[in-house]
Design a protein around this ligand. Structure first.
Ligand code: PAF
Length: 282
């Protein structure tokens, strides 16, 4: 497995692969990898000759009061994990190389970004879209793989690829969970034992809502209430939103559900903000 930190070497190395007509898959990450990331890498392995993973804590997607400086990092451990998942090349650039000057051009998806997580994280998805567009141009992958846990991000990046006519197939990997249902996230590491125990209310609520849906409940407000009740029972939970939206355009559903939908949750436990979601297919 190769580790490349500069943009020029990355371009040269990947050009060589392309000359040999090898297909490329990209799995963008911010590092501090967990089983969820590794599942995406293994998925990528099935779809391309060369698997590239980027490890880059992207400053432009963090707000001024967010956890950019504290974001967990462990490159040596990440490299071992990438190797074990069959990654061929890790791209780990310096922020000064990715952003040699404050960006003059940004990529924005206002309709999809100005809702759900975008309301409490203004500029977040613009940072994500901008860095992913840069990575797409640098790597020029045939395939890119993203996790369903970041459901809004996935919807936005699919729209980015479609609207900007990028010749990239976007694949999605299912959310990987702890044994008690908590969705894996690099930020779980911030949770103290009490918050960690209470955080399972998110997935328990989502699973209960999904069970009710499968049992025939179709009213969005009733389904949302099931999730809220699970969160309200936890003294440390500070729910930011529980919403039921259409899976395609993320708009809220106010009538009985008749199209693929998602219940999406963001909830804080102390300073840790967690997100999760569940798909409902009528
Ligand atoms: O999902 C993430 O880890 C990040 O948002 C991404 C896609 C790597 C962009 O920095």
């Amino acid at each position: 497995m190769e580790l490349i930190t500069d943009l020029h070497t990355l371009r040269q190395t990947l050009a060589l692969h392309r000359e040999h007509r090898r297909t490329l898959a990209l799995v963008p990450t911010m590092g501090f990898l967990h089983e969820g990331h590794l599942a995406l890498m293994r998925q990528a392995r099935h779809h391309a000759d060369v698997v590239v993973t980027s490890i880059f804590v992207n400053p432009t997607q963090f707000g001024p009061n967010e956890d950019l400086a504290a974001y967990p990092r462990d490159l040596d451990r990440d490299l071992d994990l990438c190797r074990s998942a069959g990654v061929d090349l890790v791209f780990h650039p310096d922020a000064r190389d990715v952003y040699p000057r404050p960006p003059r051009v940004l990529v924005h998806a206002p309709d999809l970004a100005n809702r759900l997580c975008g309301l409490s994280r203004p500029g977040h998805f613009q940072g994500v879209c901008t860095v992913v567009t840069k990575l797409f141009h640098l790597v020029q992958p045939d395939v890119a793989v993203f996790g369903q846990k970041d459901f809004q991000q996935l919807a936005i990046l699919k729209a980015l690829v479609e609207d900007l006519n990028l010749p990239i197939a976007v694949l999605e990997g299912p959310t990987v969970r702890e044994h008690d249902g908590l969705a894996l996230s690099s930020r779980n590491t911030y949770l103290d034992p009490d918050a960690r125990a209470q955080a399972t209310a998110i997935s328990r609520g989502l699973f209960a809502a999904r069970d009710a849906f499968q049992g025939g409940l179709r009213d969005p407000q009733d389904l949302i209430r099931i999730v809220q009740q699970h969160l309200d029972a936890q003294p440390l939970a500070l729910p930011e939103y529980v919403e039921l939206v259409r899976a395609d355009d993320l708009t809220p559903i106010s009538h009985p559900i008749d199209a693929p939908a998602v219940i999406a949750v963001a909830c804080r436990f102390g300073r840790t903000r967690l997100i999760d979601n569940i798909h409902l297919n009528p």
